[in-house]
Design a protein around this ligand. Sequence first.
Ligand SMILES: Cc1cc2nc3c(=O)[nH]c(=O)nc-3n(C[C@H](O)[C@H](O)[C@H](O)COP(=O)(O)OP(=O)(O)OC[C@H]3O[C@@H](n4cnc5c(N)ncnc54)[C@H](O)[C@@H]3O)c2cc1C
Length: 410
Amino acid sequence: MTTIIIGNSAAGLAAVKSFRKYNQTDELILISKEGGLAYSRVLLPYVLREKLPYEGLFIREKAFYEENKVTYIEKEVKMVDDVNKAVVLTDETKISFDKLILATGSFAVAPPIEGIKQEGIYHMWTKADVDALLPLFATKKKMAVLGSGFVALQGAWAAKTRGLDVTVIELMDRIMPSVLDVKGATILTEKIKETGVVLKTGTVTERFEKLEDGTFKIVLKDQEPVYADFIVVGTGVRCNIGMLEGSGIACDRAVLVNENMETNVAGIYAAGDVAAGPTTFGDVHKVHVLWPTAVEMGEIAGANAAGKKLEYRGSLNMNVTQMYDATVASMGLFNENDIDGSREMPVGEGYLKVCYKDEKVVGVCLVGDSESVSLFGKLRPIIRKGEVIDCEPEKLEQYVNRKAFQTAKR
Ligand SMILES: Cc1cc2nc3c(=O)[nH]c(=O)nc-3n(C[C@H](O)[C@H](O)[C@H](O)COP(=O)(O)OP(=O)(O)OC[C@H]3O[C@@H](n4cnc5c(N)ncnc54)[C@H](O)[C@@H]3O)c2cc1C
């Protein structure tokens, strides 16, 4: 029996480990189009900020593949033939499988703005992107960032800490709608501005013009243009499902999977950014572009491909990062339309909002310091279990601390 895993990152690597836990004998092949050792995308901004040495990006030694009896192939898969159970590589090699795990992640996309596809305009999604950006961070003076999501703002922060002049251009009237509520976004906006990053929300970018000296003029609607030496586009991602075109594997922007991470085709699984699966809150098919979710899904897919029936308890969206001298974090549901109410917790410096619905804690939003992060972490298992609790700040804090104490004692 042969199992193929496509993808050498969070989901694919977790699938390897889990597969081998339950099955030591079957053949395991891992195919990846990105060259070199496996690395963590999460750590890319830390390398740009020089908080982490470049070598710190890499998360597996070569020995990992030997130890787990994995045949590693560094090639791109161009097609999955789900009827004849084979993958076709770009060099036309055909490899048959009995089980397949799709862990192909996502890729960065750019909006349709004139001049956006040219040299000097980058994404910040892969190691190759960061390889291109590192020399620019070291030698250039002005960077513009298109978009103000989690990754875009980390890029802007990295450039600012390296001494560049940075302008962030955002179409919407606020930053980070999928990571922070309105108040959290307002607090972070102030922090960003205090660092000297120019933040232009509610701004329409009309075109990117390359000037004679190779720098850029960014033409904005009803505003003065912005000038930059280079540009980073951080406006979102799409799932890597191109190789599934023409197959019978059900997709809706992402590969649809059940609680076993299995697709509609028996024996074919998907995990990580490429997969839309169940969530803590009962969604049947949702994509969470998150490292821990990819690992959890990979573990479930690997186990099931190995013959061990495991079910996923559902993904809980969670973002935590350090930027602009604050911890910025959120999880679960925190926007007004999704919750019954919320409480601001009196912890440390900053802002920590706990959200509830049907007497359960369902989400947290944080722009604060290390003291508030501690409470944030303790709330994660409580949200996942969906426990009904008193959401008054004092009682909630007592409850959370008692729970944490009980867990620590176990
Ligand atoms: C800058 C940045 C910061 C981030 N920060 C955070 C964070 O703080 N917290 C968090 O939770 N998440 C963060 N993320 C998101 C996180 O990195 C992703 O959710 C995670 O990498 C998803 O893992 P994955 O294994 O599903 O896919 P990926 O990491 O995208 O890996 C996909 C793999 O598939 C391979 N592949 C794709 N197509 C093919 C093909 N056709 N043939 C062969 N191989 C193929 C690739 O080579 C790669 O090995 C961040 C991402 C970025 C870019």
